[in-house]
Design a protein around this ligand. Structure first.
Ligand SMILES: Cc1cc2nc3c(=O)[nH]c(=O)nc-3n(C[C@H](O)[C@H](O)[C@H](O)COP(=O)(O)O)c2cc1C
Length: 581
């Protein structure tokens, strides 16, 4: 409180009560008791809702109170239909986890309340709604928030159900055409309030720290007031630590006691030990659900004629990934993984569609034979995009990340990066990419040589190396790999593009490799050089050279099987099986 001004804050106990009700409000779906809610309690809760702020004081809400069982049964049937439809579209591990979740308590609660919005209320000149019609809906949502908090203070649980087609539900409730459903709420007394959101307890999603959500002055300058600004890249690098030796020892010992001859799971034993070391727990959590992030970008070096494919193919393939028509989609569907596509620098503009994360740094890099592919600021921005996507995907409940890429000419940039980080000869590191003739191959090697001669990259300056050669997908993938490692979540690397990106990540934080699993070995010669440098052995070697994340997805079930064996297989002592003499 500034000196000399009256203190309008609440007394301590009341202030604490306000923060307490905010912290202890829960979306409740379990443990409802059947006892009715007394009318006076309900009136208090509704009066609290009715005190919400609203645009131009339009008070666009109404509250439909439903207790009739037959009506609730009909509404529950509507929600079940949409629940089943949603479940049918989920990838494998997500679908199994969703099956275990309860998403509504329409019949378990004695009372349902529908909060509506009349966007026409208040007439034409409603203050503030003229430019933003959606502020009417926001106002009704604030009424929901008030109701939810007041109900918590009264000891009433509230669960919000949004599995409805809005007009279908509106018709059931007899809403006029100009009135919309904002929220369907289930209310009742409960046996208890959980301290964490149910979706956290169920492992469906995680909480994001408040420091990720607060920006100073401009979007992207994250940090809490009075604290140092957050530097996401520096934070992630600082969070990366070596694997947990005790968990690794415990995993290796458990492998030896499992009901199988010692060492008989070959490389998978080592995989399970590494997973335990990364998680700091034996057994490690199963690496599922998994999500492949396909980072797409274009390359200025395309102008040097290093590939027969036109640059437009990058954007066209992005559309194909989003339509579900590419090999990555088929392999992801088979492995039960989700596909996310990130536009980190595609030359053309892309239509916004579900599944596409628009994070374009620039419409393609510059030609690295003429100058740096990008600025250092752009390289850092792309690294940050990648690490933020990693942590968002982990916050969304993923426990295994998979790298994917798309970018016509990106094997040329990869070769240059691999030479810069490993010191390899361009003739050794450069491959034929999608398939090129001898003349094009010679040109490609020459392009890599010229790029290296021009930029004289310093492997001790990984951001500078990324800036010199690009592409945006390499830098974003490096950030993605670092982000996974900082959260101690395994990341399965795909082919040569991911290998080049992993070299940049390892140059920034050497312990990052503890989180990395080499999904496969590509036929691109630079890939083997990168994996050797990283000290990683590929799990699959099938002569693939497609990218997109395809090779990594093939390794996903191997890694999951290794984790499951360590967790589920009986030991000689527990199963009463006699060991070899
Ligand atoms: C707009 C909105 C819609 C929601 N819809 C559902 C739903 O259909 N089913 C469900 O189980 N939970 C639903 N929830 C509850 C959220 O899952 C829940 O608020 C979130 O997990 C955080 O948990 P907490 O409310 O206990 O803090 C919804 C919440 C909001 C804000």
């Amino acid at each position: 409180m500034p000196d000399g001004h009256p203190d309008h804050s609440f007394p301590d106990a009341q202030r604490e009560a306000v923060y307490r009700v905010i912290a202890e409000r829960r979306d409740v779906r379990q443990g409802f008791r059947p006892d009715p809610v007394p009318a006076d309690v309900l009136r208090r809760v509704l009066a609290a809702a009715h005190q919400a702020p609203s645009v131009g004081l339009s008070q666009p809400w109404d509250f439909v109170v439903i207790t009739d069982r037959a009506r609730r049964e009909q509404i529950a049937a509507l929600a079940r239909g949409h629940r089943d439809q949603f479940a049918a579209g989920l990838p494998g591990a997500r679908a199994r986890a969703f099956d275990r979740l309860k998403i509504e308590s329409i019949l378990d609660t004695p009372l349902n309340i529908v909060v509506t919005c009349d966007r026409t209320r208040g007439g034409r000149h409603t203050l503030g709604r003229h430019v933003q019609p959606q502020t009417a809906d926001f106002s009704s949502v604030l009424a929901v928030a008030n109701l939810w908090l007041a109900a918590r203070a009264e000891g009433l649980g509230v669960g919000w159900v949004s599995f409805f087609d809005e007009r279908e539900l509106a018709a059931h409730l007899g809403l006029p055409a100009h009135v919309e459903v904002i929220a369907y709420l289930c209310l009742g007394y409960v046996t208890g309030f959980a301290s964490e959101p149910e979706l956290v307890t169920a492992g469906w999603a995680r909480r994001r720290p408040v420091s990720w959500a607060v920006h100073a002055e401009e979007f992207g300058r994250r940090g809490l007031p009075g604290e140092e600004p957050v530097d996401p890249l520096a934070d992630v690098i600082a969070a990366i630590a070596p694997p947990d030796a005790a968990a690794m020892t415990a995993a290796a010992e458990r492998q030896d006691r499992m009901t199988k001859p010692r060492g008989s799971l070959g490389v998978l034993e080592e995989v399970s030990v590494r997973l335990a070391g990364l998680a700091g727990a034996c057994p490690a959590p199963l690496p599922e659900p998994a999500c492949v992030a396909v980072f797409a970008a274009d390359h200025g070096v395309h102008a040097q004629g290093v590939t027969p494919w036109p640059q437009e193919v990058t954007a066209q393939m992005v559309a194909n990934f989003l339509a579900g028509g590419a090999v990555v989609n088929a392999f992801a569907a088979q492995a039960g993984a989700e596909v996310t596509v990130v536009d980190v620098g595609v030359a053309g503009s892309l239509e916004p569609v579900p599944g596409l994360l628009p994070r374009k740094i620039a419409p393609g890099t510059a030609d690295f034979t003429q100058g740096p592919a990008m600025t250092r600021e752009q390289a850092t921005a792309a690294l940050t995009v990648g690490l933020e996507i990693a942590r968002d995907l982990v916050a969304a409940g993923n426990r295994c990340l998979v790298t994917g890429d798309m970018g016509i000419a990106n094997t040329t940039a990869s070769a240059a990066l691999i030479c810069a980080f490993t010191g390899a000869d361009p003739a050794e590191a450069t491959g034929r990419g999608t398939g090129i003739d001898a003349a094009t191959y010679a040109r490609k090697v020459d392009v890599v040589c010229r790029g290296l001669a021009r930029h004289r990259p310093d492997p001790a300056d990984p951001v500078g190396v990324l800036a010199a050669f690009g592409g945006f997908e390499h830098a974003a993938l490096a950030g993605f790999i670092l982000g996974a490692a900082a959260l101690r979540v395994p990341v399965i690397l795909d082919g040569v593009i991911s290998g080049a990106a992993a070299l940049a990540a390892a140059a920034l934080a050497p312990d990052v490799t503890a989180a990395c699993f080499a999904g496969h070995r590509s036929v691109e010669p630079g890939h083997a050089l990168a994996l050797d440098h990283l000290g990683l052995s590929p799990l699959v070697d099938l002569g693939l050279r497609l990218g997109e994340g395809t090779g990594a997805l093939l390794a996903l079930p191997l890694i999951q099987s290794a984790a499951r064996a360590l967790r589920d297989v009986a030991t000689f002592d527990s199963a009463g099986v006699t060991e070899k003499q």
